[in-house]
Design a protein around this ligand. Structure first.
Ligand code: ADP
Ligand code: MG
Length: 228
């Protein structure tokens, strides 16, 4: 059995993501201003700030990975008004359910992580009914999940697998510039949505980048970080 990803790493993933969303709020708002209603940055920032508060609350400490992801899902569903809140909620809820069914407890293998992300993707698809190339979150999430699965099958390390997922998410998010929106608010623009990167695909890219940072880290936390 390969290397395991721990509950502490999942917690760190969410905190790294909350930081990234805070740093990129204006950028996500700018993207949504071009093809939506300019609230994706504010929506995600509100939701992830609430997640950070919940994770800091000592009375709400999650006992295992599934409980942690369920708290994240419920917090996003209840605090994010836009389309993205329930969709992110579906991702985390389904990932939580998958890890609970697998009795994952407080550590998971790369194979289980890939299965959790696959379940999360299915949750987003079931709720939003979007397909690849509809110019949505799916365009970053699906390639990332597929890359993670392929890497796991090929015996990659956790770090390698998450780097592959990150690269795939980035390519997918960039590809949304070239295509027309068929789902969500941006679809009202028809062909005028072409030429702009999708905000939700971009926030998903940040989620996968945060995963590569926090879940893909093989060195102990106190070891100096190296940069490629
Ligand atoms: P709203 O569209 O309600 O203002 P946000 O601005 O927070 O919500 O989120 C917009 C993002 O949600 C879009 O950029 C897109 O990626 C994502 N999105 C919208 N509808 C769907 C859907 N049906 N399936 C998947 N993602 C969607
Ligand atoms: Mg919006």
């Amino acid at each position: 059995m390969g290397q395991e990803i721990t509950l502490a790493q999942f917690r760190r993933w969410l905190l790294v993501y909350a930081d990234r969303i805070a740093a990129e709020e204006a950028y996500l708002t700018e993207l949504d201003a071009a093809i939506g209603d300019a609230d994706h940055g504010a929506n995600m920032h509100r939701g992830m700030s609430k997640v950070r508060d919940r994770l800091a609350d000592p009375s709400l400490q999650a006992g295992d990975i599934s409980a942690l992801l369920r708290i994240v899902a419920m917090t996003l569903i209840s605090s994010v008004g836009g389309a993205a809140g329930p969709l992110y909620g579906a991702f985390f809820l389904r990932a939580a359910q998958d890890s609970a069914q697998a009795h994952a407890g407080d550590a998971v293998t790369l194979e289980r992580l890939a299965a959790m992300f696959r379940s999360g993707l299915e949750g987003v698809q079931q709720r939003g009914k979007a397909q690849l190339n509809d110019k949505t979150m799916i365009d970053a999430l699906q390639p990332a999940v597929e890359a993670l699965e392929a890497a796991a099958e090929n015996g990659a390390t956790v770090s390698e697998a998450l780097q592959a997922a990150r690269a795939a998410a980035e390519k997918g998010a960039r590809h949304t510039i070239a295509i027309q929106a068929n789902k969500g608010r941006a679809s009202y623009l028809g062909a005028r949505s072409i030429g702009h990167q999708d905000p939700g695909a971009t926030s998903v890219l940040f989620l996968i980048e945060a995963a590569a940072t926090a879940l893909g880290q093989e060195a102990p936390v106190n070891q100096p970080a190296t940069r490629a």
